[in-house]
Ligand binder design. Structure first.
Ligand SMILES: *Cc1c(COP(=O)(O)O)cnc(C)c1O
Length: 383
């Protein structure tokens, strides 16, 4: 269950009535620069790559819902990730969970690796292997949980401890859980990253990212990287995200309730081979998820009993679920990972992770649960 106080925090955090007009929402400060009374003398804002009042308000709200001291809002989730890993140096080694988000894997393998940083992809559910893979030059352990698309659950507290034993930092991509269902910083992680494009934004109308941490030194380094390179959240995106945070708790509650109903329907269906949802008692990560999460969130994956043809007929038979990439919006989406979101994952790794032609991923929205189940039932009937 979501901590009840977070419903209040989500509504109020970062929002102060405007001192000039009394406006209850922080305005969209669509301004690149701010006037100075004398050289170097200003009201705290000078140039919007550095700071902007709309972004400041969003960052206060992001920090509050994540329970973090610092939050930094970026132009995308991957820009946020890049600002973290750009603080590494040639020769550094990073352990990464092997079913990390496809775009994160692409950034690490094809961009950051060219700068002499070694990314080692490993099944981090095997804690002994994770511990054995740590080296003196390991600076970071990159964790994502639940993972995409097979919803593996990783033990944040145990992995953070393994990282800390060797002086490395633990980073958690908390996008799938949202700040309301999982608090990695409380479990010992050092840095949390979100694609705010997903649940925090929640309306499929913007791209954004965020980093949260309690570590002042890391916050400073990441802020500096953002200031130096410039991938800031703009004023309009900041306003929209801040507005979205106000409804995040009620949305997450409904996403999770609907996903549970959908998963319970799929797991019993004769045309479904396997259903992946941490809220199902049969899911291998169920007990761990119950310990480290306060809800199982809204993503459900499953193997349809058939090949690409059957999967294609199924997605084309859906009327409420739309076939599209992304997730976390109020509307329900279906995605075929092999040909869509995970097409850039090396084929051998795709096979190892069980991402084949019959795998489908649902982002369960906040519609009426019965309408969603009926839509799935009709489409399964048609294959
Ligand atoms: C979408 C996503 C990202 C990347 O975020 P963008 O906002 O698309 O740059 C990172 N991690 C996870 C888990 C995601 O789902």
């Amino acid at each position: 269950m979501i901590d009840p106080h977070l419903y209040t925090v989500a509504v109020h955090a970062g929002t102060e009535p405007d001192p000039v007009t009394g406006a209850v929402m922080t305005p969209i400060y669509q301004s690149s620069t701010f006037v100075q009374e004398a050289p170097g003398q200003h009201k705290g804002w000078d140039y919007s790559r550095g700071t902007n009042p709309s972004r400041d308000a969003l960052q206060a709200a992001l920090a509050a819902i994540e329970g973090a001291r610092h939050a930094i809002a970026f132009s995308s989730g991957l820009a946020a990730e890049q600002a973290i890993v750009q603080n590494l140096s040639p020769g550094d080694h990073v352990l990464v969970c092997n079913d990390v988000y496809g775009g994160s894997g692409r950034l690490f393998r094809t961009v950051m690796a060219r700068f002499g940083i070694e990314f080692e992809f490993l099944d981090l559910s095997d804690l002994d292997r994770a511990r054995a893979a740590m080296r003196p030059e390991t600076r970071m352990v990159w964790i994502e949980t639940p993972t995409n698309p097979t919803l593996q659950v990783l033990d944040i507290a145990a992995l953070a401890e393994i990282a800390h034993e060797r002086g490395a930092v633990a980073v958690v991509d908390n996008t799938f859980a949202s700040p309301l269902f999982q608090s990695p910083l409380k479990l010992g992680a050092d840095i949390v990253v979100h694609s705010t494009t997903k649940y925090i934004g929640g309306h499929s109308d913007l791209v954004g990212g965020a980093v949260m941490t309690d570590d002042g030194e890391w916050a400073e380094k990441i802020r500096y990287m953002q200031f130096a390179a410039g991938a800031v959240a703009g004023p309009i995106e900041s306003f929209l995200l801040h507005r979205s945070i106000k409804s995040l708790a009620v949305r997450m509650e409904k996403h999770a309730a609907n996903a549970q109903a959908v998963a319970e329907f799929l797991v019993e269906h004769p045309k479904v081979r396997q259903t992946f949802y941490p809220g199902l008692p049969g899911h291998p990560g169920h007990d761990l998820a119950r310990r480290q999460m306060t809800g199982f969130s809204g993503i459900v994956s499953f193997q349809i009993d058939g090949d690409l043809d059957a999967a294609t007929r199924f997605v084309q038979g859906l009327k409420v679920f739309a076939l599209a990439e992304s997730l976390g919006g109020v509307e329900s989406l279906v995605n075929h990972p092999e040909t869509m979101t995970h097409a850039s994952v090396p084929p051998a790794l795709r096979e190892e992770l069980g991402i084949g032609p019959s795998l489908l991923r649902l982002s369960v929205g906040i519609e009426h649960d019965r309408d969603l189940v009926d839509d799935l039932a009709a489409a399964l009937e048609g294959i």
